[in-house]
Design a protein around this ligand. Structure first.
Ligand code: SF4
Length: 83
């Protein structure tokens, strides 16, 4: 599966425990990463400072579903179950 345009669900819904530039403790679930641009692209895409967890994540039908809204709901539910 390819990432859909202007999504950014995986930059908002999940918690990220590894440091992000400007967010040294990562981010809590539901908080937008400070590097997520208005058009939902990553401001530090391709840079070495981008967390490994971000570059490792691949779009997955099970998580990303058929819309950004469903992806946000699904990831939030997974966070609730695992958090
Ligand atoms: S660093 Fe980029 S890819 Fe990672 S959560 Fe932030 S905006 Fe998303």
């Amino acid at each position: 599966m390819q990432c859909r345009n202007a999504c950014g669900a995986c930059c908002i819904a999940p918690s990220i425990s590894s440091p992000i530039p400007g967010m040294p403790f990562g981010k809590p679930a539901g908080e937008k990463c400070i590097h997520l641009l208005a058009d939902m692209r990553c401001n530090i895409f391709g840079q070495a400072s981008r967390p490994k967890v971000c570059s490792d994540f691949k779009a997955d039908q099970e998580i990303c579903k058929d819309s950004r809204e469903l992806a946000l709901i699904t990831i939030t539910e997974l966070e609730t179950m695992t958090g």
